[in-house]
Write a protein that binds this ligand. Structure first.
Ligand code: NI
Length: 273
């Protein structure tokens, strides 16, 4: 597999569950923009064989290398790392995993039931990052996971696929800042996530981010179909470090809020926590 084929497969799988991403891509292209992708983000359960290491393997085989930074999101019981390629034109890969053992026994029982359905050596598939959902999940199980962890429920519903692509705002030529891009998107009828404010981060933190609210699509729950939030599109403006080198990392407090772009009930904002 080539890098182009890998990124293509990820994009095709992503727009199938995130129709708004293709529309945003189109309205920006019509304006004359050429979109550079800052990062793709993937989610998984932190379990042997299917954790972030397994998801990273197909990227590592093509030259992405893990970076030393380790992020932890206590509230959401997540850890994350990112991978970077020597070719600066290629997106970074941000992978998070749920610390499953920190969830309740009931949630563990559901996740265990899902994972037991995996064919042997599933985590070794070279197409793992877009393998989709390899298990059957019932609506009741999805909903009980949802009560405890939106992230656990999302992975149960969607399995292995990109959660979001990210437009690098610095590479846009007709938007001076993130505010003007956000205003443009709102004008075109897109809804932005406002968990923790529309813009997360600041120039001082060297990264500003915004994102759409996740599309919702119909998902099959053992024969019962229900609309649930799928994936969203993210926008990132980066700032240089004092050394002059661009900051390529992530800001945990901002990422924490960005995760909420796929929350089922956004009005139940957790910003008070
Ligand atoms: Ni992101």
């Amino acid at each position: 597999m080539t890098i182009g084929e890998l990124l293509d497969a990820l994009w095709r799988d992503y727009v199938a569950t995130t129709p708004q991403a293709e529309r945003i891509h189109r309205v920006l292209a019509e304006r004359g923009e050429r979109i550079v992708n800052d990062h793709v983000a993937l989610r998984t359960y932190g379990l042997p064989g299917i954790g972030m290491d397994a998801l990273a393997r197909p990227f590592e085989a093509l030259g992405w290398r893990v970076q030393p930074d380790r992020y932890r999101f206590d509230d959401k019981k997540l850890v994350a790392r990112y991978w970077k390629h020597d070719d600066p034109a290629l997106p970074k890969v941000f992978i998070s995993e749920l610390c499953v053992t920190e969830l309740s026994p009931a949630a563990n029982q559901i996740i265990d039931y899902l994972v037991r359905q995996l064919p042997s050596r599933f985590g070794e598939r070279t197409d793992l990052p877009w393998a989709g959902r390899p298990w059957t999940v019932r609506r009741a199980e999805y909903e009980s996971l949802l009560l405890e962890s939106e992230y656990a429920a999302w992975v149960a519903a969607f399995g292995f696929r990109v959660n979001h692509f990210t437009v690098l705002v610095n590479a846009l030529t007709t938007f001076p800042d993130l505010e003007s891009l956000n205003a443009f998107l709102i004008e075109y009828g897109f809804t932005l996530s406002d968990a923790g404010g529309v813009i997360k981060g600041s120039p001082e933190q060297l990264l500003e981010q915004s994102s759409t609210r996740a599309d919702s699509i119909e998902v099959d729950f053992a024969g019962e179909r229900m609309r649930v939030p799928s994936c969203y599109y993210e926008f990132a403006r980066r700032y240089p470090l004092p050394s002059g080198e661009m900051f390529h990392g992530f800001v945990p407090t901002s990422a924490d809020k960005i995760f909420e772009s796929t929350d089922v009930n956004p009005s139940a904002s957790r910003s008070s926590r």
